[in-house]
Ligand binder design. Sequence first.
Ligand code: FES
Length: 122
Amino acid sequence: MDEISVGRLADIPDGDYRIFAVEQLEVGIFRTGSKVLAYENVCPHAGGPVCQGKIFNKVEEIITSDKKSAGLRFGKARHIVCPWHGYEYDLATGCHPGDPSLRLTPVKVAVRNGQIYVSMPE
Ligand code: FES
């Protein structure tokens, strides 16, 4: 597996992402503090540029003990919304919340000495 340097962690603001062209792939690299995650920029629904979507905290419905809705709130999980048709994916897992079999393709990523490296499958 080839490891390729794509840039510096300091160039991605905390909570944000950048898209890199790595060989024949576009890869979205998402930063949370000193941690990074990477996914192929291809939506499993219909191939849209999912990593270029907006990031929101998951919207949850508050259900009371008598099974009534008490409104909506933002949860802790961060979701990315594909700009083509609005499918959402949990950034931590890459899974669609309603169908976990629908998931983003992860890319192996590491940070060493402030530099981001991705490993491309051979
Ligand atoms: S291509 Fe991403 S939601 Fe359809």
